[in-house]
Design a protein around this ligand. Sequence first.
Ligand SMILES: [Zn+2]
Length: 145
Amino acid sequence: MRISHLQALADIVLGDPEALALAYHETITGAEPVFESNAARGRFAVALKAVGMATDAARFQAAFTKLQQAAGRKDKPVEPACRDCGSTNLTRDAFAGWDSDTQQWVLSAIYQSTTCHACDAESDDLCRWKPIKNPPDELLSQASQ
Ligand SMILES: [Zn+2]
């Protein structure tokens, strides 16, 4: 049994729906872990999904949907542009909390409220997502893996 299988088993035992969703996503997308056959991969995926759904169906599905969206974005990178002026110089409101372990401020929440620094527009509905025409090389190499 490979280390990655053991990690997935640990996730199952711990029953964390986000970790289970990640293990399920990696199993069905074929990135990791490595299996002897597609049938073995399929059985493992079914087991992960069953435990994830039994643990907390809503959190499992939400985490899995997020992973799928992130994977889709990696294939076709996008960037937010201002609804009003088209600028990509946008920021979102966020909170940072102090992490005593790492001794630094850590991002704890990102809100919908977006500000355009070109035209000063501010709205929860300011972003228009557009494909990046010439994505950076590292995004292309990640997408082809
Ligand atoms: Zn703008």
